[in-house]
Design a protein around this ligand. Sequence first.
Ligand SMILES: C[S@@+](CC[C@H](N)C(=O)[O-])C[C@H]1O[C@@H](n2cnc3c(N)ncnc32)[C@H](O)[C@@H]1O
Length: 206
Amino acid sequence: VLDLLPGAGPWEVELGFGKGRYLLRRAAAEPSCRFLGVERAARYFRLTVERARRRGIGNLLALRGDALFLLTAVLPRCFARAVHVYFPDPWPKTRHHRRRLFHPETLDLVVGLLEPGGLLHFASDHPEYGPLVAELLRGYPAVEVKELLDGWEDGPRTNYEAKYLRAGRPIVRLVATRTAPDPLPLHSQGRDGVLTAYDSADGSLR
Ligand SMILES: C[S@@+](CC[C@H](N)C(=O)[O-])C[C@H]1O[C@@H](n2cnc3c(N)ncnc32)[C@H](O)[C@@H]1O
């Protein structure tokens, strides 16, 4: 799918770009890089693509679809120097936790987009999900959480961030580095949910 935007520039990815404020600004500011944006909502997707057209942005590949599906079935691994996820849906009900982008069973898919040494940028205002993602990443040996930030140097990056800043909500912002090469391990808390093997030689489950 990356062949849709040929070129030699390094890739950055934003998952759930909403109205595209950050993605469009970065793509316009760094024409020698390639940006891949994923957004599920058709309205936001169309709005962002229309703005990209009007601004003559030629280094953006926008995909409308479910990020978890695209991560599992469509996108290659280890291709991006940075992945951005800002204010992802927190899915607060326990029975919906599996829909989260950051979940012990799916974390390797998000981190797997990064080349080793690549950076994950994350922000959330959600009082449980934000700190939980920070904890999840700290417990995942494939990444190193570099820093928790009070704010980005370039100011609020997305529409939600600007709105929540004005409302005075606390925001968890972090940058983490992918340290491990492929294949990435599953997160220790998610392994059993993803894969259990029955060994018929001794009848055990692992
Ligand atoms: C709370 S909004 C944040 C939008 C933007 N990142 C911002 O900070 O302004 C979450 C966005 O992620 C998108 N989204 C949520 N789950 C998604 C998924 N599984 N795949 C793709 N997009 C998703 C939603 O449609 C929505 O635009």
